[in-house]
Design a protein around this ligand. Sequence first.
Ligand code: DGL
Length: 255
Amino acid sequence: MNRRSDPIAVFDSGVGGTSVLRHLLRILPNERYIYFGDSANAPYGTKTTEQVRELVLDLARRLTARGIKALVVACNTATGAAIEALRTQYPQLIVVGVEPALKPAADKYPGGHIGVMATPVTLEGEKFRRLLDRFAADHKITLLPAPGLADLVEAGKQDSPEGEALLKALLSAYAGKLDALVLGCTHYPFATAAIRRILGDGTELFDGGEGTAAQTRRWLETKDLLYQGPGQVLVENSLDSPEIIHLTRKLAGLE
Ligand code: DGL
């Protein structure tokens, strides 16, 4: 039986899930969180779906053993590869996963040109293909796999010349042409400034962080599991490195 004071585990392949954690902290500031980054195994986005699923299930085993009341998969790649397996294995647990915010972008720009930037595993996965099928007929959708970008964010280098070059190679051709760009990887919101420099102000950016946080709140309300504090965030990482903990806390807005 879960208690209100049990923690919410939020995990990602690394530091990117803090873009979801930020929204959680804003709308649910009184909860106790464990943020776990699997940076030792990052990036997930260029592995096989099976490898990602195995990593995620292993992580979930360790996190659920700590008596959590909810598991937030703050990684689009992990959601695509493993959310169904997680729900099957933990039917009693609140399991929420972030996915590319294609629906809100498509709804806002009927018939528009929408780019979806995500990892190769996400874009090739069955779950995303089903989402794409719902909107592809009525919109022009351009898929933009961005291998390497999550690694740069892990290294705190998204605004370096290297980051700028990677984004230019990917996006320059679409400057002034996209109505919306979906940031389908939780690392990418941290590259927003560089993306805007290339695409200009005419493209609206969408990410799934806010919707994921809102869905987590809805589930906690439904199950009467909202906690009233004091709030707390425990930051952990599979890499034994003070630098990665510091970067995680910084990106989460904790310091
Ligand atoms: N942050 C992860 C996502 O949302 C992917 C990063 C990686 O490739 O590990 O998809």
